[in-house]
Design a protein. Structure first.
Length: 486
């Protein structure tokens, strides 16, 4: 009987060595979970016995379980590598449509643009719109359109902020005139076909100007765009000599007024200094009031698109009256004459007037040209993000995770697990939701095998095997002694 007992010990020790060897072999396998042999003793039948101890008849391995402890996180820098840091499994669909679950986040794109594992299984996820909003709660294979570029989008809005120098002179009072581009900038917009269309914005200071007719008491600037630059340039060329002469006369009038008042001469018929040389030109014709600022540029005397005004703190006041939607519309005309002009909303809401140099603080537009796929990455929330050559990014889905009430009930099938009745049904969710782990992009989860512990366990299993072999050898010697009895 002891030979049979020793044989069970040999078999169990050998199986334990197999399990330990498999753990050691998979020490570098991404997502691998260490296995463990669980033993139980075998007892001889004691039917009819009145109690007491039963004879042991050996040992058996009753279960091989895996330890689902967290493995180390190894940063790889690969955009499609992703590691789970907590509970859950990636959901995959095998070529035969069987559902599987894995901790191995080494994903790839196949030639059709499908997100797959190294063994060709499709990675499952929730479909989303381009902004990342989930559109269905049913997980399906994730696919990245990679054959054709994303289409161009025409510019429909421009957001620009500037600081206009509060120290700058009134443009019409300077001769020769300032260039209309002194305070301005240019950015590229896009037409419906993705062709670049330059958008120029220029600012010309017109107030405060007491020499204007009527006088302008507030800080005002004319605003020009691409379509009105030529008219603004022509207006400055005509108005600058008039404004410069008006300014000179105005300053002389102020001086004469002060002298006459100081001398007690209160019967002043004119404040113009008769000693000023040169011809007094007609008064500069100012822009219409702000109420006309949003009308077509051709209705303004200088051709400006509209005017902006600043309060004493240097903040831009709302346009008066406000245009529909609170924003001015400018026209974007493509170089392609076959395309109709596009209405573009212009927002200058954060523009200021401080006593510092002119500067652009914000310049954005929402159009772009067509772009080809340049890369795919995965975010911390499992969003699959595509990057394109035109600088745009789109979200093409979100990884789905699964978890089980009894993970020990999962059946291991070569690099992944499948659901069983013991594990219970899969509970689905997204990374970071509830009990589910967050993911670490550009990293993988290492095996949780502790090599030091495995080597110690291997020596223990070896000694167990040797000891069981010794019991069989001893039993053999005892039997040989019986056989040799005369």
């Amino acid at each position: 009987m002891s030979s049979q007992t020793g044989l069970t010990g040999l078999n169990s020790a050998a199986k334990n060595l197999d399990i330990i060897g498999n753990n050691i072999a998979n020490a570098n396998t991404v997502g691998y979970k260490v296995g463990r042999a669980e033993f139980a003793d075998l007892i001889a039948s004691t039917v009819g016995a009145g109690g007491g101890a039963s004879d042991g008849i050996g040992v058996a391995i009753t279960a091989i379980t895996q330890q689902f402890t967290q493995g180390g996180i190894n940063v790889t820098g690969n955009g499609l590598d992703v590691a789970l840091n907590g509970a859950g499994f990636f959901q995959i669909q095998l070529p035969d449509l069987t559902l599987g679950y894995t901790r191995d986040g080494q994903f790839k794109l196949d030639k059709q643009g499908n997100l797959v594992t190294n063994n060709g299984a499709s990675v499952l996820g929730f479909p989303t719109d381009g902004l990342g909003n989930v559109t269905s709660s049913t997980a399906s294979p994730l696919s990245i359109p990679s054959g054709a570029p994303i289409p161009a989008k025409a510019t429909t809005s421009v957001i620009a902020s500037f600081n206009l120098d509060a120290r700058s002179p009134i443009a019409a009072s300077v001769f020769p005139p300032l260039s209309i581009s002194t305070y301005g900038t240019t950015l590229n917009g896009y037409d419906a076909q993705g062709l670049e269309v330059p958008i120029t914005l220029a600012f010309v200071r017109v107030g405060p100007d007491p020499t204007a007719t009527p006088p302008i008491p507030t800080d005002k600037w004319d605003v020009y765009d691409t379509s009105t630059l030529a008219a603004g340039t022509a207006s400055l060329a005509l108005d600058a000599p008039v404004g410069a002469e008006n300014k000179k006369n105005f300053l002389a009038d102020k001086k004469n007024t002060a002298l006459n008042l100081a001398n007690g001469n209160l019967n002043l018929s004119t404040f113009t200094n008769p000693g000023i040389s040169g011809t007094v030109l007609p008064a500069l014709v100012p822009l219409p009031s702000a109420s006309a600022a949003i009308t077509p540029p051709s209705t303004t005397s200088t051709g400006a698109l509209f005017q902006i005004e600043f309060d004493a703190a240097g903040n831009m006041r709302p346009l008066n009256p406000l245009p529909p939607g609170g924003l001015v519309t400018i026209k974007l005309q493509s170089a392609n004459a076959a395309l109709a002009p596009v209405d573009v909303k212009l927002d200058l809401g954060k523009t200021t007037q401080y006593g510092t140099s002119f500067g652009v603080t914000k310049l954005e537009q929402d159009g772009f040209t067509a772009g080809g796929l340049t890369g795919v990455t995965i975010t911390e929330t499992g969003k699959v993000m595509t990057k394109y050559s035109n600088g745009q990014t789109l979200i093409r889905g979100q990884l789905s995770l699964a978890d089980f009430r009894n993970v020990q009930g999962l059946a291991q099938v070569g690099g992944y697990w499948i659901e069983t009745t013991s594990s219970g049904p899969a509970l689905q969710g997204a990374p970071g939701d509830g009990q589910f782990a967050k993911v670490r992009p550009g990293a993988v989860e290492e095996s949780n095998v502790d090599l030091t512990a495995m080597l110690v366990d291997m020596m223990t299993a070896q000694r167990s095997y040797q000891a069981n072999a010794q019991t069989i050898k001893t039993q053999d010697q005892a039997l040989q002694t019986l056989v040799n009895l005369r």
